[in-house]
Design a protein around this ligand. Structure first.
Ligand code: CA
Length: 221
């Protein structure tokens, strides 16, 4: 899962980035409103976290401009007490949720996960293809009755494939969603993880679910 954090307080930013990365999220950061809006426009993030008070362009404006552009990823606002006082105000600026500073990391990450799980067209708590089940909330993958132990990147890779069941995903798309935007497109990172994932998901008398689409990428179905 790919997250952009726009926050000008270096300490908060570094802490959030390091903590989320440690959990396996892909994190991009911006310390300035213009840079944040630019990154949110040109990349496709699964969620954007916006501080309100920012240099050059504040979080409200960024949220409003993203919505005006038709970008519909969830937006979580970091606000100082009083900056947002009602839910209506929150929705008016195009945001989905907020946490009030100072906030606890546990609350923050719970809200991030809640937004990522929100029922939208491709979202759900339990993803299933035949006997392969991925529980987003519990972070558990099973095939039939067997639990599969995946590394964080393998889990996100599988989740991304399953949320796009039947659709061919290019290596670039996979890299962008599961790894950093700056990841080297010529490395075999994706292939290696696909190979490992296939191995881990393999089950006697069961068919392969992850398919290579020659010259294009991968799909699960
Ligand atoms: Ca600030």
């Amino acid at each position: 899962m790919n997250i952009l954090i726009v926050e000008d307080d270096k300490e908060t930013l570094d802490f959030l980035r390091d903590s989320l990365k440690a959990e396996g999220f892909v994190v991009d950061v911006a310390e300035d409103g213009n840079d944040g809006l630019y990154k949110a426009r040109i990349n496709s993030y699964d969620i954007v976290v916006l501080d309100i008070g920012l240099p050059n362009k504040d979080g409200r404006q960024i949220a409003a401009e993203l919505r005006a552009d038709g970008k519909c990823m969830p937006v979580l606002i970091l606000s100082v007490k009083g900056e947002i006082s009602t839910k209506a105000e929150l929705f008016d600026i195009g945001a989905d949720d907020y946490v009030v500073k100072p906030f606890s990391y546990i609350e923050f990450v719970a809200r991030i996960r809640a937004l990522l799980r929100r029922p939208k067209k491709l979202e759900g708590k339990i993803l299933q293809i035949e006997d392969l089940v991925l529980d987003v909330r519990k972070h558990i993958v099973t095939r039939g009755k067997t639990q599969k132990y995946l590394a964080p990147k393998e889990f996100f890779l599988l989740e991304y494939l399953m949320r796009n069941e039947g659709k061919v995903l290019t290596r670039a798309e996979i890299l962008e969603h599961v790894w950093d935007i700056n990841a080297d497109l010529f490395t075999n990172t994706v292939e290696t993880h696909i190979v490992n994932l296939r191995k881990k998901l393999r089950q006697r008398n069961k068919r392969e679910l992850i398919h290579t689409v020659s010259g294009t990428g991968y799909k699960i179905c």
